[in-house]
Design a protein around this ligand. Structure first.
Ligand SMILES: Nc1ncnc2c1ncn2[C@@H]1O[C@H](COP(=O)(O)OP(=O)(O)OP(=O)(O)O)[C@@H](O)[C@H]1O
Length: 340
């Protein structure tokens, strides 16, 4: 657990970067710090591993005031990942990942074996270990950065805009990877971003900061989208927040109808997986997005709205055709849910 108790950081030039921060990061969760540029996210993060010390207040990691722990010792238990990975350009990928184990006194063979294990864990082929960072794509470098931060198996991981230098598609892949890793590793992760979509996608709890280093709201993503604390948060989470909030709405109430037997018809393959639609004039067209039973309702609405027939195609866990939904039915289910 990480705890900020009335933490303020004022720099020598008088800038208040963080102002009276009170916040608890639960162990084993991903907590995201989000907010506009200059609102104190990075400063808050760096007070955890003592790259910056607070002007007043206390930062505790597992109940211990970090000011009482020697910085090198403290950092052995805290992985740190930064934008553009910050890899050593003249060391191979494998040696980059082995850096911390080597510094901790492991022998070279054991450190490299551990590094190879970690490359696999973050989804990189073993032969990439021999390459130099410049021979990898941005997304691959970020994975190496994550592997390096995990090398000493620290209970805490600090991530400062780790995915902001890669394009949106790669970025989503990295976010998925982080969620998969976290399900396996159960670290206490603090993740800084200025991107609200990234924040609500990966955060179990999200801290929204405003200018002057003030915490505006600290809540699970669904609550942030449905109950922003004030106008600042409402504006920051954006004008589509009502729609995006559907990502967190359970879908139990959506009625799934059997696929139509006349007019527009779903085309399926031999395993009964949807492949598109046959229009009433017999022409086959590609389908819209598929909605998997049990997923949040946002996917059901998207399936209906993106379908050429106006019917969203619903599949089961194996991807087999389970039925269809209309946008109207989805909206009705949402409204029933709101009435409670
Ligand atoms: N060493 C420093 N000396 C003086 N002011 C600083 C120093 N470091 C940061 N600041 C100021 O403190 C405030 C908070 O900076 P911080 O880097 O924590 O913001 P941030 O929310 O992480 O921003 P960004 O999203 O742009 O990285 C900013 O106004 C910044 O200019």
């Amino acid at each position: 657990m990480i705890e900020f108790r009335d933490v303020t950081k004022r720099f020598d030039d008088g800038t208040t970067a963080v102002d009276g921060l009170d916040l608890v990061v639960e162990a084993g969760t991903i907590t995201v710090f989000v907010g506009p540029s200059g609102c104190g996210k990075t400063t808050s993060l760096r007070m955890v591993n003592r790259m910056i010390d607070p002007t007043s207040g206390t930062v505790l990691v597992d109940g211990r005031d970090v000011l009482g722990v020697d910085p090198p010792k403290l950092r052995r238990g805290i992985g740190y990942v930064i934008q553009q990975a910050g890899l050593f350009p003249h060391r191979t990928v494998l040696d980059n990942v082995a850096t911390v184990p080597l510094l901790s006194g492991w022998d070279k063979r054991k450190a490299r074996a551990r590094a190879a294990e970690l490359l696999e864990l973050v989804g990189l082929p073993a032969e990439f270990g021999k390459r130099y960072p410049v021979q990898l794509s941005g997304g691959q470098q970020q994975r190496v950065g994550v592997a390096r931060a995990l090398a000493a198996d620290p209970p805490v991981l600090l991530m400062d805009e780790p995915f902001s230098a890669v394009d949106p598609v790669v970025r989503e892949g990295l976010q998925d990877e982080l969620l998969r890793l976290q399900a396996e590793l159960d670290k206490t992760i603090v993740f800084v971003t200025h991107d609200i979509d990234e924040a609500v996608r990966i955060g179990e709890k999200v801290a929204v900061f405003r200018e002057g280093g003030v915490l505006a709201q600290y809540a699970p993503p669904a609550e942030l989208l449905t109950h922003p604390a004030d106008d600042f948060v409402a504006n920051f989470v954006g004008k589509d927040r009502g729609y995006r909030g559907l990502s967190f709405v359970e879908s139990d109430g959506v009625e799934v109808a059997p696929p139509p037997t006349s007019g527009w018809q779903v085309v399926v393959d031999e395993a009964n997986r949807p492949r598109g639609w046959r229009a009433p004039d017999g022409v086959e067209v590609s389908g819209g997005s598929l909605y998997r039973l049990g997923d949040p309702v946002r996917g059901a609405l998207d399936a209906a709205l993106s379908s050429p027939s106006g019917l969203g195609v619903v599949v089961d866990a194996d991807g087999a055709l389970a039925g269809v939904v209309t946008a109207h039915q989805v909206v009705e289910a949402i409204e029933r849910g709101r009435r409670g």
